[in-house]
Design a binder for this molecule. Structure first.
Ligand code: AMP
Ligand code: ZN
Length: 114
């Protein structure tokens, strides 16, 4: 828990969210400002700021986020159409919350980005 972290506050129910998925490693909830018909945020329960802090010990949880996000994409029926998993890091990528997270975006064509 990092005291001034928005996603830690969501994890500790100090800020409300709607649970989409939860297990011992991660929690998922809808993005408050969705950029696509389906826009879900997946966060590890352990606080760390970004991809720059992925240690060997954290490889498991980061891979887990990707697997679970793809599973939720299937459950939401956006797997065949396709979806995007995004992990922003620092200012040029537009990271605003410094608790590592994976965005799941889909449900309509997303446009080219990379
Ligand atoms: P990023 O720009 O990658 O750091 O993503 C942070 C995301 O958190 C943005 O897409 C915000 O819309 C989203 N966000 C901010 N506050 C909340 C909240 N209270 N509940 C859900 N999503 C939020
Ligand atoms: Zn945090």
């Amino acid at each position: 828990m990092s005291a001034d972290c928005l996603f830690c506050k969501i994890l500790h129910k100090e800020i409300p969210s709607t649970k989409v998925y939860e297990d011992e490693l991660c929690y998922a909830f809808p993005d408050i400002a969705p950029k696509a018909p389906v826009h879900i945020i997946f966060v590890p329960k352990e606080h760390f700021a970004s991809s720059l802090e992925i240690t060997e010990a954290r490889e498991k949880v980061v891979g887990h986020l990707a697997r679970v996000a793809a599973q939720v994409a299937k459950e939401k029926g956006i797997d065949e159409g396709g979806f995007r998993l995004v992990m922003n890091t620092n200012a040029h990528a537009g990271q605003t919350v410094f608790h590592l997270h994976l965005h799941l975006l889909g449900g309509s064509p997303l446009g080219g980005m990379v």
